[in-house]
Design a protein around this ligand. Structure first.
Ligand SMILES: Nc1nc2c(c(=O)[nH]1)N[C@H]1C(S)=C(S)[C@@H](COP(=O)(O)OP(=O)(O)OC[C@H]3O[C@@H](n4cnc5c(=O)[nH]c(N)nc54)[C@H](O)[C@@H]3O)O[C@H]1N2
Ligand SMILES: Nc1nc2c(c(=O)[nH]1)N[C@H]1C(S)=C(S)[C@@H](COP(=O)(O)OP(=O)(O)OC[C@H]3O[C@@H](n4cnc5c(=O)[nH]c(N)nc54)[C@H](O)[C@@H]3O)O[C@H]1N2
Ligand code: SF4
Ligand SMILES: [Mo]
Length: 873
């Protein structure tokens, strides 16, 4: 197979990849990554297994052809619209759509069905940044580029675990830091891998960011760091913003107290920022996912406007986009409060441009329902038909239990996905979508860079691209002429032409130069950054250094913002987010053994002091309960966590853990401007949940999860492992047989020691180990996972029989696998450091290979090195 150049389907860094044969590697010529990939990117080829894919449309759970599925969808949507009006239907789509998919779905809903009820999972991700950008700049535009990260002398990371969530950009930053001494400051309540790799970490209290940045604005004003000349020409609102900031920040100590940080550390941050012209402030979900997220965004932008540090090399506020095409979704306007191509709902002339361009009979005139409101409308019956695509809301929306019930009760639910999920389980119609490696189109990264995703493999079965399914339904609804594209290139040309329509520079999103690409040129398109108006000399660069903001007066706005009241003490704050090697609800990454090794199961991170107070031991089960629902997770005590706060990963859906879907527990309080939910801080109660027994279940053939116990599913090279915990007494008889799930005809061997409450039962098929169940009173009394995993699928001979049924642990636990690429565990790393007296990452790499491939684990290697070498610190 020839090598195909494409783009990584995960985070918003947008790394270029080359796919060919079995391997997927970094594209040395792509400007985002210059050949680098992180652990997820490096494992991409491992996700291209079709075993679990959806391969045919399902109608009521029964395989159906595309024609009958599409006819049925069109019929039900038409009928619902005829009887209840256009606002009785909705689409819920995703930043994992390609721009072309997004464009088609948005055009169908807003231009033709005549409702703006299309929202995206970007509502949970980027909505506050969009609102903050529009307030400050007049348009949703990221002013800077990735190069700024390498040209800055100070990079401030706010609510961003860049080392794990945008790893290649983090590596670029760390390389620049090594080369030129860039200072890095991290504002995050947790001591993350990113904080470990910084010069200064401010472990601020949740949602105290506005106070911190208001304090900075006051400090800048007091230290002569404001750029009065620039503000005078290019911005308004300084006096009001400063007055609001002063009210929050009467003195440094007051701010430090509000943020719960050391005043000296805060002062150091302020002094560095005041003294460093080349400063970038990058932010992500610790900023956006807050009930005051838009104010946080503007508090950050304010300090850059006040110092005129924007749009010049090495400076500016920088929003990190999460998904591969979060930015593309904003360009096509597929949020309920946007129109396409940065046209605005509340401007009649913008609506006229779009109506005319689309020849749209029913263009929506008012914004639609934002995600949280949208699912509320499904719950109360206002929305009666919904099409969900490329997102898994039953696992990712706050108040997910309510979302599940809403979908179960909704008269008509269509779900497009590549794999079965917790959401497809509730669908009337399931559509099999072509996935990464099969689809063809474009995505836009955090720095406005448009790159191609190109197909290099056939979609399994009948899977088809999303744009095609939406266009097919549009044709069946009677709009064939308007949805007649023969492929993604034609859609992209239309999208590019729209961006240039009636655009004399009033909208910065203009890619008119690409409107004339023929199919061959689209196929060959190299990555380019917008703005790219017709006749542009080169790709788009930095914006706003000389003003030119897309507002009525051409000036930016400093926005007066106030810090929210601190929370009353008492309840814990439940913080949620990501781990290094998993992607969202794990449909792609969750079945790859190499990616499971770093964090095999979802842990509740809690400060050891809090754990002791609650009587929670490391590894014990804890129940986390909020007004919305509860999860049960194992405890991982860590000093990286502030007291009074706990952290749980967002990834483990009902497919991968019995009680681990944190979305069920997260609250649905939203930012009033953006409608983005505050997923990072839900008040919660934490309590021990004693387990009646502990267990392991290993199976050769992955299958349905066990019933009636607490379990976590972990993929193995030769099958799968479930870690079990008993919420009731040890099962017996039939319950036990069901738990093992041995096929008929299997040879069963068993060992029970009722006195010590230990129990083993193994099923052999043709003499090979097919499944094994081990139960014990405590985890310590269980056999080693690695030893059992090693026997799975192998012939059981007299010498291995005793190992199978041994009553005690046969190998010490290895601890988490730190280097995913070379499979190096924390235990091995610690051992090597001590025995070989290693002092550097380079020595560790030479010795064990750890950190030498993708480099995603380097921040953790540094932490372990420090831990071992300087245990007192
Ligand atoms: N490995 C991995 N990478 C990913 C993804 C993934 O699923 N897995 N998803 C991608 C997507 S869609 C997104 S949106 C990004 C998200 O990327 P990030 O935003 O970097 O990731 P999160 O872990 O959600 O949250 C970041 C941090 O915000 C902190 N935080 C919580 N509350 C506050 C607060 O009040 N103030 C501050 N300053 N910080 C706070 C949390 O402790 C957390 O460490 O990652 C992208 N990259
Ligand atoms: N508690 C908590 N909740 C959160 C967050 C958090 O930090 N904490 N973060 C929020 C954020 S920032 C985000 S972005 C969301 C992510 O939440 P989701 O969007 O629900 O997460 P994914 O698991 O990526 O879901 C994408 C789905 O699309 C499927 N898919 C992949 N490619 C395609 C395709 O080409 N076509 C189709 N039709 N399907 C495809 C995948 O199999 C998967 O089921 O979660 C949000 N929810
Ligand atoms: S940093 Fe990693 S996940 Fe993000 S685009 Fe690059 S390779 Fe993919
Ligand atoms: Mo996201």
């Amino acid at each position: 197979m020839t090598a195909v150049h494409s783009t990584c389907p995960y985070c918003g860094v947008g790394c270029g990849v080359i796919a060919g044969g079995e391997a997927v590697r970094g594209d040395p010529a792509h400007p985002s990554n210059r050949g680098r990939l992180c652990s997820k990117g490096a494992a991409l080829s491992r996700t291209l297994d079709d075993s679990f894919r959806l391969t045919e449309p399902l109608l009521g759970g029964v395989p159906a052809g595309w024609d009958s599925a599409l006819d049925h969808i069109a019929g039900r949507f038409a009928d619902t619209i005829a009887r209840h009006g256009p606002d009785s239907v909705a689409f819920y789509v995703s930043g994992q759509f390609l721009t072309e998919d997004y464009y088609v779905a948005n055009k169908l809903m807003k231009g033709f069905i005549g409702s703006a009820n299309i929202d995206s999972n970007s509502r949970l991700c980027m909505a506050s940044t969009v609102a903050g950008h529009v307030r400050a700049f007049g348009e949703d535009v990221v002013p800077g580029t990735y190069d700024d990260w390498e040209q800055a002398d100070l990079v401030v990371l706010v609510g961003s675990n860049t080392a794990w969530c945008h790893p290649v950009l983090h590596q670029r930053l760390q390389a620049a830091r090594a080369a030129r001494g860039t200072k890095v400051v991290v504002l995050d309540p947790r001591r993350t891998a990113t904080a470990e790799a910084a010069d200064l970490h401010l472990p601020l209290a949740p949602d105290s960011d506005v106070a911190a940045f208001n304090g900075l604005l006051v400090h800048l004003a007091g230290s002569g760091a404001l750029d009065d000349a620039w503000i005078g020409r290019h911005a308004t609102g300084l006096a009001d913003a400063l007055a609001a900031a002063r009210a929050d920040a009467p003195c440094l100590d007051a701010v430090a107290a509000r943020c719960g940080v050391d005043p000296e550390a805060l002062e150091t941050f302020y002094a560095w920022f005041a003294a460093t012209e080349h400063s970038v402030t990058a932010f992500s979900q610790g900023v956006n996912q807050s009930t005051g997220g838009t104010d946080k965004v503007n508090a950050i932008i304010n300090v850059h406007l006040a110092t005129g540090r924007i749009g010049r090399p090495g400076m500016g506020p920088f929003s990190l986009t999460g998904q591969p095409n979060a930015m593309g979704g904003r360009e096509v306007g597929a949020l309920a409060n946007q129109l396409a191509a940065h046209l605005r709902f509340d401007h009649a002339e913008d609506r006229a441009v779009l109506r005319d361009f689309w020849q749209a009979p029913n263009l929506a005139t008012t914004p639609g329902l934002k995600a949280i409101e949208l699912f509320e409308a499904v719950a109360d019956g206002r929305v009666k038909a919904i099409w969900i695509a490329a997102t898994n809301p039953v696992a990712s929306m706050p108040r997910a239990g309510r979302v599940r019930q809403a979908l179960a009760d909704c008269p008509f639910v269509v779900v497009s996905d590549c794999w079965p999920t917790d959401t497809t389980a509730l669908a009337d119609v399931v559509l099999p979508a072509a996935g990464w490696g099969e689809k063809d189109g474009t995505v836009t990264s955090s720095e406005r860079r448009i790159s191609r995703q190109r197909p290099f493999r056939a979609a399994p079965g009948l899977a088809r691209p999303d744009w095609w399914a939406f266009a097919q339904v549009a044709r069946r609804l009677g709009w064939a002429d308007h949805f007649a594209w023969d492929g993604p290139a034609a859609i992209f040309r239309e999208h590019a032409a729209l961006s240039a329509r009636a655009n004399d520079g009033c909208r910065l999103f203009d890619i008119g130069a690409l409107a004339g690409l023929d199919d061959a040129a689209y196929d060959a398109l190299r990555s380019v950054r917008w703005p790219l108006p017709a006749g542009a000399a080169g790709e788009g660069g930095r914006l706003f250094a000389l003003g030119g903001f897309p507002t009525a007066d051409g000036r930016a706005r400093l926005v007066p913002v106030r810090a929210p009241e601190p929370r009353p003490d008492g309840a814990f704050v439940l913080n949620t987010g990501r781990v290094r090697d998993q992607w969202h609800s794990m449909t792609r990454t969750g079945r790859v053994p190499e990616l499971a090794a770093h964090t095999p199961e979802p842990l509740l991170s809690i400060h050891p002091g809090d754990a002791a107070r609650l009587g929670l031991a490391d590894g014990a089960l804890a129940r986390v309960e909020t007004p919305e629902g509860a999860v049960v997770l194992r405890v991982g005590t860590t000093h990286a966590q502030r007291r009074g706060e706990v952290f749980a990963p967002m990834h483990w859906s009902g497919t991968f853990a019995s009680h681990g879907t944190v979305a069920r527990a997260t609250g649905a309080g939203c930012d009033p401007l953006s409608g983005q939910p505050g997923l990072k801080s839900t008040p919660a109660r934490v309590a021990p949940l004693p387990a009646h027994f502990e267990g392991l279940l290993l199976r050769r053939i992955p299958g349905t999860a066990p019933d009636g116990v607490h379990w976590v599913r972990i993929p193995l090279p030769a099958g799968e492992l479930f870690r079990l915990a008993g919420l009731d007494a040890q099962p017996e008889g039939d319950a036990l047989a069901r738990l093992l799930g041995a096929p008929a005809g299997a040879e069963i061997i068993e060992m029970a020691d009722p006195g010590r409450l230990t129990f083993r039962r193994a099923a052999l098929l043709g003499g090979e180990l097919h499944a094994i169940l081990a139960l014990a009173r405590t985890r310590a009394a269980l056999p080693s996972e690695a030893a059992l995993a090693d026997l799975l699928g192998r012939r059981v001979v007299p010498t291995t029989r005793p190992r199978l049924l041994a009553g005690i642990a046969t190998a010490p636990a290895e601890g988490p696998r730190i280097c995913a690429c070379l499979g190096v565990s924390e235990a091995a790393i610690r051992h090597a450091i001590v025995t070989h007296r290693l002092h550097s990452i380079a020595e560790l790499g030479a010795m064990l290979g750890a950190g030498t491939n993708c480099g995603s684990c380097v921040p953790e290697l540094e932490r372990i090195l420090r831990d071992v070498r300087e245990p007192a610190l």
